[in-house]
Design a protein around this ligand. Structure first.
Ligand SMILES: *Cc1c(COP(=O)(O)O)cnc(C)c1O
Length: 414
C-alpha cells in the first residue's frame, strides 16, 4: 500500500506527541514554535531559558509554587458534576472549575508561577501585557503577594472597554501603562512589553499571559497551567469512576486548554477538543479561529497558525469574548492539530451566549463568555455522542462580562 508523505509525516508527529518529546532544544513543537526575535531580545530570552532549566522542576521551587496554589489560590479547584446539564444533554457532564481559582480564572496559575520565578532570578520589577485585563489583574495580584512592583501594558482601546479591570489592577498596586501605538489592543501591548524588557533584561521580568510568544514561554506557561489537567485527571478517576471520553476547552492563545489537555495527551482513548471563537461567521475578520481558518506564519516571536490576509498581513479578529480575540495561537496547539491528536472547532458568539444562559439557569454557575464557548462545543458534541463522559474546562467566571451580557442576553429583559 502506498502511504502518502503527508500521512507519514502525521504519523511521525503523532508518535512524537504521544511520547511527549516536545519542545526540542530550539523550543520547537514539531514544525511550530521556536524563536523569531530581534537580536536585542536574545540575551533576555537566554537568561529566562537558563532560569527555567535551573528552577522550574527544582523541588524547593515546586514546593513553594504548590504552597501558593493551595493556600493563596485555593487549589485544587472543584470538579463539579453538572446534574441538570447531564440530563438535558444526555451525557455525563463534569466541570473543572477554574472560575473558583483566586481572581476568577486560570490565569493566576501562570502568573504566580512566573512571579515566583522572577524573584528567584533576582528581578527588581515585573512587567505584563493584558487584553481583557484578566492576566493584568492576576499578575498585579501575584506581584503584590510576592512583593515585586508591577507594570501592566494595556491597549488604550482595551482600557476603555475593560475599565473595571483597570481599577482592580490599580487597587492591587500595579501601574497601568496605556499603549497608543499599533492597534491599541493586545497585540500592541505585547510589543510594548517586549520593548520595555529589552532595555533591562536583568532587572526586569516579563510575565507573559498565554502559551504563546518565543521559546521558552509556550513551554513555561504550559507547565504552570498543567496543574488543571493533573488535578482533573485524578478527580475524574476518583469521582467519575474513570477517564473522560472527551475533554473540551476554549482556545484563545491556548493556555487553559493546553493546561487541561497536556496530562491527557498520552491517554489515547481520551478525545481532546479545542473550541475557538467562531465570532459571527467563517469570513476573514469575522472570527478569531486561527487553527480552523489560519495559515502558518510568524507572530510575536513564534511560528504558528495565524489569521492573515493573502499578503500575509495579520488580520483583525472578532469575538464577543475579549479573552479569545487574538489572531494567533500557541505553537503546541498547532502541533497537536497537525499530529491529529486534538481536534479544533469554532463556536459562534450567539451559541456561546446561549450556552452561558443555560449553564447559569441549570447549574447556578455564571461562566466567563470565553468558557461558554467550551460549553457550547460540548453541548454540540453531546448530541452526537449520547451517554459519554465529558470533561469541560470552565476557565473562568463571568462576573467580568456583565457589561457584555447587559448589551446582549439581558437586553430587553430588565
Ligand atoms: C484569558 C482567558 C481565556 C483565553 O486565554 P487562553 O490562554 O486561551 O486560556 C479563556 N478563558 C478565560 C476566563 C480567560 O480569562
Amino acid at each position: 500500500m502506498k502511504v502518502s508523505s503527508s500521512t507519514l509525516d502525521q504519523q511521525i508527529l503523532y508518535a512524537n506527541v504521544m511520547n511527549d518529546v516536545y519542545p526540542d532544544e530550539q523550543g520547537r513543537f514539531g514544525p511550530f514554535g521556536g524563536r523569531y526575535i530581534p537580536e536585542t531580545l536574545v540575551p533576555a530570552l537566554n537568561r529566562l531559558e537558563a532560569g527555567v532549566k535551573r528552577y522550574l522542576h527544582d523541588p524547593d521551587f515546586q514546593a513553594e509554587y504548590m504552597a501558593e496554589l493551595h493556600d493563596w489560590i485555593g487549589r485544587p479547584t472543584a470538579l463539579t458534576y453538572a446534574r441538570t446539564l447531564s440530563k438535558r444533554w444526555g451525557c455525563e457532564v463534569w466541570l473543572k472549575r477554574e472560575d473558583l481559582a483566586h481572581t476568577g480564572a486560570h490565569k493566576i496559575n501562570n502568573s504566580i508561577g512566573q512571579v515566583l520565578l522572577a524573584r528567584k532570578l533576582g528581578a527588581k520589577r515585573v512587567i505584563a501585557e493584558t487584553g481583557a485585563g484578566q492576566h493584568g489583574v492576576a499578575s498585579a495580584a501575584a506581584c503584590a503577594r510576592v512583593g515585586l512592583p508591577c507594570t501592566v501594558y494595556m491597549g488604550a482601546v482595551d482600557m476603555e472597554r475593560q475599565a473595571p479591570n483597570v481599577g482592580r489592577m490599580k487597587l492591587l498596586g500595579a501601574t497601568v501603562t496605556p499603549v497608543t501605538s499599533g492597534d491599541k489592543t493586545l497585540r500592541a501591548a505585547v510589543d510594548e512589553a517586549l520593548r520595555d524588557w529589552v532595555t533591562d533584561p536583568n532587572g526586569t521580568y516579563y510575565c507573559l499571559g498565554s502559551a504563546i510568544g518565543p521559546h521558552p514561554y509556550p513551554y513555561l506557561v504550559r507547565e504552570f497551567q498543567s496543574i488543571i489537567g493533573r488535578e482533573a485527571r485524578e478527580q475524574m478517576l476518583a469521582k467519575a469512576g474513570g477517564l473522560p471520553d472527551i475533554a473540551i476547552a476554549c482556545v484563545g492563545g491556548g493556555s487553559n486548554a493546553i493546561g487541561l489537555f497536556h496530562p491527557f495527551v498520552k491517554d489515547a482513548q481520551v478525545q481532546l477538543l479545542g473550541i475557538e471563537a467562531g465570532g459571527t461567521g467563517t469570513g476573514l475578520g469575522q472570527n478569531a479561529a486561527s487553527l480552523a481558518y489560519g495559515k502558518p506564519g510568524v507572530l510575536q516571536g513564534c511560528y504558528s497558525m495565524l489569521l492573515q490576509d493573502a499578503n500575509g498581513q495579520i488580520h483583525e479578529t472578532h469575538s464577543v469574548s475579549a479573552g479569545l480575540d487574538y489572531p494567533g495561537v500557541g505553537p503546541e496547539h498547532a502541533l497537536l492539530q497537525a499530529a491529529g491528536r486534538v481536534s479544533y472547532a469554532g463556536v459562534e458568539d450567539d451559541d456561546a451566549l446561549n450556552a452561558l444562559e443555560e449553564c447559569c439557569a441549570s447549574e447556578g454557575i455564571l461562566p466567563a463568555v470565553e468558557s461558554s464557548h467550551a460549553l457550547a462545543g460540548a453541548r454540540r458534541w453531546a448530541r452526537q455522542n449520547p451517554g459519554k463522559k465529558i470533561l469541560i474546562g470552565l476557565s473562568g467566571r463571568g462576573d467580568k462580562d456583565m457589561p457584555t451580557l447587559q448589551r446582549t442576553i439581558l437586553l430587553g429583559k430588565i
